[in-house]
Design a protein around this ligand. Structure first.
Ligand code: CA
Length: 249
């Protein structure tokens, strides 16, 4: 058996980049225990013992800047600014950083209130450090999925195209498009009013290696018109521009 002198990878998979957690808790003992538990997992941990300090750390000098933290562990009862107000304020400002609320109150109304002001999860004291770590990890994982860049939904008059869902609705009804028709429409809707030559459309939709001729474009346009236009013989969406090609809108 080969014995290679390579250190075992013990790194937490979340740590492919530096993951930073802010712990906001005024009770020293609890705060220190949380910090220890999270640092043990390899996270970069910062702390605040009151609401004002927490907001300063989260927002820095610029409330519109991106938060330097990947997750915030937030106690509810805090000096100066309480956890619910912090949560409400951050969400109001459009900050989507995952927030795990800690609370000594176990009643359902507090839980609901915490989630209503935009917290992502809720842990009632006393809790185990193992559970806290697990919840933080889940929030970090979720955060990574939600921060995937989302292609915006395209809308033009009564046509809606969702690139993520590969769905098109026309006047509220779902339209069944082939992949090429979909791609063609997506391109048109991304650049309304722009005039495209048939060659340009082939390049964009079929790719430069396409061997067919430009009649293929005309055929697909006809099919697309049948699915989009109220009267395909008098198209209002995909308009022929004589001598040049096609225009959307
Ligand atoms: Ca407290």
């Amino acid at each position: 058996m080969l014995s290679l002198d390579i250190p075992q990878a013990t790194a937490n998979p979340e740590l492919t980049r530096k993951t930073s957690i802010l712990v906001v808790e005024d009770e020293d003992l609890i705060r220190e225990m949380i910090v220890l538990a999270l640092r043990e997992q390899g996270y970069d941990v910062m702390t605040a013992a009151d609401g004002r300090t927490a907001l300063g750390l989260i927002q820095g000098n610029d409330a519109t800047a991106e938060t330097p933290f990947d997750t915030i562990v937030l106690d509810l009862m805090l000096p100066q600014v309480n956890g619910l107000d912090i949560c409400r304020l951050l969400r109001y400002q459009g900050n989507t950083v995952p927030i795990l609320i800690l609370s000594a109150k176990a009643s359902e109304t507090d839980r609901v209130l915490g989630l209503e002001v935009g917290a992502d999860d809720y842990l009632t004291k006393p809790f185990s450090m193992r559970e806290l770590v697990a919840r933080c990890r889940a929030l970090l994982r979720r955060q990574r999925f939600t921060t995937l860049p989302q292609a915006p939904v395209l809308q033009f008059r009564d046509i809606t195209l969702s690139p993520e869902e590969c769905r098109v609705t026309v006047r509220g009804e779902e339209a069944a498009l082939s992949p090429k028709e979909f791609r063609l429409l997506e391109l048109f809707m991304s650049y309304p009013k722009r005039v495209w030559s048939r060659e340009h459309l082939i390049d964009q939709v079929w790719g430069p290696d396409f061997l067919g001729d430009t009649k293929t474009v005309d055929v697909h346009i006809r099919w697309l018109r049948e699915k989009l236009e109220e009267d395909p013989s008098k198209p209002k969406y995909i308009v022929t521009v004589r001598g040049f090609g096609y225009r959307f809108g």
